[in-house]
Design a protein around this ligand. Structure first.
Ligand code: 13P
Ligand code: SF4
Length: 333
């Protein structure tokens, strides 16, 4: 839970929340801070008035991640935390499928997205009809669906997974063959780890598909001894050339436990910003890519969302009931 003392000013300007600036001063230039502080101050007050919590994904910018979020994490952690929420309103600082997952697990709460256009190239890559066709083509083969999908696609699936539990979910099924959709690279990375035959789909993350093995070769040449950590949405040859691959939370844990002197995170740019704040003594080399969807969320639209209680995420009840089963099966593994 974010707590902050409000430091009163006597010069007529809005409060500057210097306690919060201390957390992000390595990421935000001091002259810009008063602009952020005004929105942060308003958001913290609105959260209390609305009995709201803000769930923020690890790809959110530091002023959201460190200054207004109540809970932060990877997709799996956000889903797990969503189950325990007692507030009336949940604001999802992340992308649409994450808000839908929070809504599936909290059907009676108001779940808000600051910008409904914050989507995901993976979620866009597959429709419920595609899933039904796959099931017809491969009768009896279980369908494991990455959470980066719409509720309607989850509703056609047997079980969900995230990058944090994909291996465990596939192994829990105890079968030699599964369908894993829609991320081709995640599926191929999990097939290599588990030995399970995986039928996949040609969906890709527009952020992670851009990394190439040559990026890693160049990093190692320019920074001898560097540790390279890759998200499993990266192509398999990139994952194979890295030192470790895992979900955004697993990457953060790896840095915390191993404290590599020099490290590159092959994932979204805000990951490095957020982790570097915790470990200023480590060198973060940043060949990162921005996720345009995650970057649609700003302090301004979070504030607007809390002021107006927009934009509410709704899911057709019949679809939600089936999609919830897939998510709950995953959380039970
Ligand atoms: P994580 O579940 O690892 O946080 O990943 C979510 C995501 O969208 C990665 O691109
Ligand atoms: Fe989707 Fe990739 Fe953005 Fe994650 S980083 S939300 S997978 S487009």
């Amino acid at each position: 839970m974010v707590t902050s003392a409000l430091l009163p000013r006597t010069d007529g300007f809005p409060p500057v929340r210097e306690d919060l600036f201390a957390k992000v001063r390595h990421a935000i230039p001091a002259p810009e801070w008063p602009v952020y502080a005004a929105d942060i101050d308003a958001i913290l007050k609105l959260k209390a008035e609305r009995n709201a919590v803000i769930l923020a994904h690890n790809y959110q910018t530091p002023e959201i991640y460190y200054c207004v979020a109540d809970l932060v994490g990877d997709s799996l952690a956000l889903a797990r935390e969503a189950m325990k929420i007692e507030a009336d309103v949940i604001v999802l600082a992340g992308v649409h499928f994450m808000a839908e997952t929070a809504k599936l697990l909290n059907p009676d709460k108001k779940v808000l997205m600051p910008d409904l256009a914050a989507g995901c190239s993976l979620a866009e890559s597959i429709t419920p009809e595609d899933v039904r066709t796959l099931r017809q083509r491969h009768p009896g083969v279980p369908i494991v669906t990455y959470v980066n999908t719409s509720a309607a696609v989850k509703a056609e699936s047997d079980i969900c997974c995230t990058s944090g539990n994909a291996r465990k979910v596939v192994e829990s099924l105890g079968v030699p063959k599964v369908i894993m959709i829609p991320d081709e690279y995640l599926a191929r990375n999990i097939a290599a780890e588990t030995g399970v035959e995986i039928i996949t789909w040609a969906g890709h993350c527009e952020v992670h598909e851009r990394f190439e093995p040559s990026d890693i070769a160049e990093l190692r040449e320019a920074h001898p001894g560097i540790t390279v950590l890759a998200h499993p949405e990266c192509p398999p040859d990139v994952v194979a050339a890295s030192d470790f691959s895992g979900s955004t939370a697993a990457i953060a844990d790896y840095v915390g436990k191993n404290r590599p002197q020099s490290v590159a995170l092959l994932t979204e740019c805000s990951m490095s910003d957020n982790i570097a704040i915790q470990y200023p003594e480590l060198e973060f080399v940043r060949p990162c890519n921005l996720c345009p969807h995650m970057k649609r969320i700003t302090l301004k639209n979070i504030r607007h969302s809390l002021e107006t209680l927009q934009h509410e995420v709704t899911i057709d009840p019949a679809t939600a009931a089936r999609a919830r089963l897939s998510v709950e099966r995953m959380l039970a593994v």
